[in-house]
Ligand binder design. Structure first.
Ligand code: ADP
Ligand code: MG
Length: 589
């Protein structure tokens, strides 16, 4: 075949695959256009996860009638003043989004700049343009996208379910709303108002989008290194979550999902948050345009810092300093976020946190060795010198209890003389899960109505997501119902959970469901929920156990299949045989 130039429509369809790989990407481009247009108010309305319809209404500068055809032409942009691509202060600049969307879907733009008599409208469908014509419309721009990827069925096949796509698109608007607190934002998805926020100070925006409880505990942070400025809000270690969803990074006004920043955050919290849990943070970086390349990826969500080490250590250093502050928001340095400083200090002690124990046990012998060498301050629950109550019965492979140390690990002596170290939380969590699972399979999970129903505040999106799972949860004995925006009323809990921390439980469940993205098969949902429930009723690390309790724990572990690992796959116990001990002491050759 001879070489030939591709038709414009084909080029746009190819580009569409790159820039607009799913509805969330189209939403991002359109909202960014609205922000670039200097809007003070942006409304996003989604139907069917954005696959059916996306509508974005702004009150920005508008597009003059004569420029409407240009707006949907490839590489046509009003934004790129600096063609060297160094100083890019707008969110868009490639002039690719609208033509790409127009190639893959049905796109309508209705726009009216200030000073123009009326609004004008232009339509593109599968790349075919209808001439611009007058229409009704207010100042600003309305962009409507329908039937995304109807013109590119191959793409359409790769879309996930409407719920999963909605989740991603909603999350995108959530991030953009965090970027631009000075702009009023309203998000409606399948007729549910997920948020409706006025222009507000940054701390108030974070509070609204992270949920009241998170916001009340987050602390302001500010730091600068050379020309790089860092600001934002971070959660105390106790506010950790099951996923990274409550992490937002804004760089020069742009929402980013940057791996360097994510890693820096993880490192900063590494020693205070258990493995598998994630910090809560809303961070904003401002740096000179020259110190940043945003033109790395078509979706512009990744970037490259000129001074990577500098940025990394700025973030880690600032967080470490903030975490080391005494827990009083009143004294935390806060020049830019005064409203937060007025919040009451967090209640003493974490309201909800996972013990750091399981991760440590998983690190293996080296750590076990350390735990054994702990200073005498960590007094065993009962005297470690005391003789074992009886010779361990041979029928009990985990042996007889010796002691509990650090209020976290149980020591026992196995019949073969080996030292058994049990992570009490991990072990108990597994036992509980297995018990709940058995109850569920036998159809006898009992529900315990709460005398006083509990109201739990959640970020609106999480509340909506959980309410979508009302039936699944009911099957597990957890009864919830809507209670106003962002609030859920808990009426009953599984009877197996004594004194559950309802707020923590619901939050974790919401994240568990969200993390999975696509609506899980019922089976998988129940599975995930069971594991969560188990975790919530388990003995915490840091609780002193009676000898009887330890004995009961060991015996139940022996009787339970799959008791050797916790539900996160980490070991529940380690066994140090004579050979292991000899090796550790350098006795063996
Ligand atoms: P880019 O944002 O990279 O310039 P787009 O294809 O997204 O490219 O948009 C093309 C042009 O259309 C923009 O440069 C801008 O002039 C105009 N435009 C698009 N959306 C809007 C809007 N909501 N308000 C005002 N102008 C807009
Ligand atoms: Mg754009």
């Amino acid at each position: 075949m001879p070489i030939r130039r591709l038709a414009e429509t084909t080029i746009n369809r190819i580009a569409a695959g790159e820039v607009i790989e799913r509805p969330a990407a189209a939403v991002k481009e359109l909202v960014e256009n609205a922000l670039d247009a200097g809007s003070t108010r942006i409304e996003v309305i989604l139907a069917g996860g954005g696959i059916e319809r996306i509508e974005i209404i702004d009150d920005g500068c508008g597009i003059p009638a004569e420029e409407l055809p240009l707006a949907i032409e490839r590489h046509a942009t009003s934004k790129l003043q600096d063609e060297a691509l160094v100083q890019i202060s707008t969110l868009g600049f490639r002039g690719e989004a609208l033509p790409s969307i127009g190639a893959a879907a049905k796109l309508t733009l209705i726009s009216r700049p200030a000073g123009q008599d009326g609004a004008w409208r232009i339509d593109v469908a599968g790349g075919a343009i209808t001439a611009a014509r007058p229409a009704a419309g207010l100042k600003g721009t309305r962009a409507i996208v329908e039937d995304l990827f109807y013109a590119t069925p191959a793409r359409r096949k790769f879309l996930r379910s409407p719920r999963a796509e909605a989740e991603a698109a909603e999350r995108t608007v959530w991030r953009l709303a965090l970027c631009a607190p000075h702009v009023a934002f309203r998000l409606v998805s399948d007729e549910r108002v997920l948020f409706d926020l006025p222009a507000q100070p940054e701390a108030a925006r974070v509070a609204a989008l992270f949920g009241r409880e998170a916001a009340a505990n987050m602390m302001p942070l500010e730091a600068q290194r050379d020309e790089v400025k860092l600001s934002g809000l971070i959660g105390p270690a106790s506010l950790n979550r099951a996923t990274t969803q409550l992490q937002s990074f804004v760089v020069n006004g742009r929402p980013v999902q940057d791996s360097l920043l994510k890693l820096a955050l993880r490192l900063a919290y590494r020693d205070v948050i258990p493995a598998g849990r994630h910090a809560v943070a809303a961070l904003r970086l401002e740096l000179p345009d020259e110190a940043l390349d945003v033109n790395v990826h078509p979706a512009k969500s990744e970037l490259r810092f000129a001074d990577q080490n500098g940025v990394r250590s700025l973030v880690i250093g600032a967080i470490n300093r903030a975490l080391a502050q005494p827990v009083s928001l009143g004294t935390a340095p806060s020049a830019t976020l005064p409203s937060l400083a007025l919040r009451p200090p967090p209640s003493a002690g974490p309201r909800y946190s996972l013990p750091p124990a399981p991760s440590r046990a998983a690190r293996g012998f080296a750590e076990a060795e350390l735990a054994l060498a702990a200073p005498p301050a960590a007094r065993p629950a009962f005297d470690i010198q005391a003789p074992a109550p009886a010779a361990p019965a041979t029928g009990h492979p985990l042996g007889a209890p010796l002691a509990q140390i650090l209020d976290t690990y149980v020591l026992a002596q196995a019949p073969d003389g080996a030292l058994v170290i049990v992570d009490q939380h991990a072990a108990h969590e597994r036992l509980t899960e297995e018990r709940l699972r058995a109850q569920f399979q036998e159809g006898r999970i009992a529900t315990q109505p709460l005398l006083v129903p509990v109201v739990v505040d959640l970020p609106a999106m999480e509340a909506a997501r959980l309410l979508g799972e009302t039936e699944t949860l009911a099957r597990l004995g957890l009864e919830i119902e809507p209670f106003g925006p962002g609030a859920i009323l808990v009426r009953a809990v599984p009877a197996a959970l004594k004194d559950p921390d309802a707020a923590g439980l619901l939050r974790d469940l919401a994240e568990e469901f969200a993390e999975a993205g696509a609506p899980l098969a019922l089976e998988a949902k129940l599975d995930a929920a069971l594991a969560r429930l188990a975790c919530h009723r388990s003995i915490r690390a840091g609780r002193r156990l009676q000898r009887e309790e330890i004995d009961a724990l060991l015996r139940e572990m022996e009787a339970t299949p799959r008791a050797a690992t916790c539900s996160h796959g980490r070991p529940t116990f380690l066994k140090l045989t004579r050979a292991d001990l000899e090796k550790l002491f350098g006795r063996s050759g």
